[in-house]
Write a protein that binds this ligand. Structure first.
Ligand SMILES: Cc1c2[nH]c(c1CCC(=O)O)Cc1[nH]c(c(CCC(=O)O)c1C)Cc1[nH]c(c(CCC(=O)O)c1C)Cc1[nH]c(c(C)c1CCC(=O)O)C2
Length: 362
């Protein structure tokens, strides 16, 4: 095992384990990204996936928000993308500036599973660059905050592999689910197997907590969620924890839009559930009953509304979720690219000050 500098701030790890914290820790999804001018500057020089594949660049960008908001973030998340798994499976993915991901040749029919996918993925060979980036970033962080790893969940990745990019209806990937359910499950299982190895590799490389992004969970009915999402995300938590035993780290599940699945999500082995802004804190707490830590869930667009609404929303959120136990502050989805970085500073400083204030009064 690589030696890493000692951790100076373990607030988020304690919150995830259900221990008391002096204030609620905070990070934001997509915290290293286009809202930061220093990111845009690097992005003009390099292609998106070149950054992901070059550990020095991934490290530099992961550290940008940590440096800019010195001491205000309680975690760093490795700069990468969920679509590196489809690439490892053999599909071409491009990142089109201003448009998002594009697969020039997505999966079209079940026969493509055997004809086009690499079904013997060696994650150390295909995705070793992510492991190298994690190890390098963890060292460069010098123990300031924990480093998070992540993957896309099988259903979300399957959708991208079939839709070929973003989609409003997911009609192509849903056609697979409803017309070819067995073949769809086979594809979901293939992705799951790679996801398990990839997460284990990330943790061995130095990731201190990991998040699974089921960004399109809410596109499924509760019935179909049970068939096509839940079994696979459960399998990921079970297998990763079983294989790593004492070396396992806290795991977070983010199923955007899947409010109906909250109870099930709190019973499948994850330590933390990340919530979007459609869920009320009191409701989430009453359903999950302290079994898991909750993370979230401010509407990212509040950051456009000015200092006053940012401050009052953070206060209401902290009052609702509590500040010293089983809670991690975050947005309900990724930060949007046109947000003013100074609005993020207001958000972060309020989380700190109100968190400490409420904790003192509790
Ligand atoms: C669905 C999804 C993707 N990627 C991701 C998800 C799950 C989270 C979510 O639901 O938003 C996850 C992701 N993508 C990125 C990170 C890096 C770490 C971080 O959060 O700072 C993470 C955790 C970088 C990125 N991933 C992407 C960018 C911007 C791309 C660019 O610079 O051109 C960044 C910084 C591009 C990307 N990548 C993806 C999309 C849909 C897009 C385009 C839309 C967008 O930009 O928000 C796929």
């Amino acid at each position: 095992m690589t030696e890493f500098p000692p951790l100076k701030n373990d607030l988020i790890l304690r919150a995830a384990r259900g221990e008391k914290t002096e204030r609620a820790p905070v990070w934001i999804m997509r915290q290293a990204g286009r809202y930061l001018p220093e990111f845009r500057e690097e992005r003009e020089k390099h292609d998106f996936f070149t950054i992901c594949r070059t550990p020095e660049l991934a490290t530099l960008i992961t550290l940008q928000p940590i440096n800019r908001y010195d001491g205000l973030f309680d975690a760093a998340i490795i700069f990468s993308d969920i679509l590196v798994i489809p690439q490892a499976l053999g599909l071409v993915v491009e990142m089109v500036p201003g448009k998002g991901p594009h697969f020039p040749s997505p999966l079209e029919e079940p026969a493509d599973i055997d004809n086009r996918l690499n079904k013997k993925v060696d994650v150390y060979k295909e995705l070793g660059y992510v492991f190298d980036a994690i190890t390098m970033t963890r060292k460069a962080l010098e123990g300031r905050v924990p480093l998070l790893g992540f993957i896309g969940a099988p259903w979300t990745l399957m959708s991208y592999m079939i839709e070929g990019g973003g989609s409003n209806t997911l009609s192509k990937s849903k056609t697979w689910l409803f017309k070819y359910p067995e073949e769809s499950k086979r594809l979901l299982q293939i992705i799951t197997d790679v996801a398990v190895d990839f997460l284990i590799g990330q943790i061995k490389a130095g990731a201190q907590m990991v998040q699974v992004f089921e960004s399109w969970g809410g596109e499924l009915s509760p019935h179909d969620f049970k068939l096509f999402s839940l079994p696979y995300i459960k399998q990921i938590a079970d297998r990763v924890k079983k294989q790593l035993k004492d070396d396992a780290v806290p795991m977070t599940i983010f199923c955007k839009g899947s409010w109906y699945a909250l109870e099930s999500l709190s019973e499948i082995g994850y330590d933390t559930i990340s919530l979007d802004w459609t869920i009320d804190p009191a409701y989430a707490k009453s359903i999950t009953k302290g079994r898991v830590t909750l993370q979230g869930n401010m509407d990212p667009s509040i950051l456009y509304g000015g200092d006053e609404i940012i401050r009052s929303t953070v206060r209401t959120m902290l009052e609702g979720f509590g500040t010293n136990e089983r809670y991690i502050v975050n947005l309900g989805h990724g930060i949007l690219p046109t947000v003013d970085p100074e609005a993020v500073r207001v958000f972060l400083t309020t989380v700190h000050s109100v968190g400490l204030e409420l904790n003192k009064n509790s």
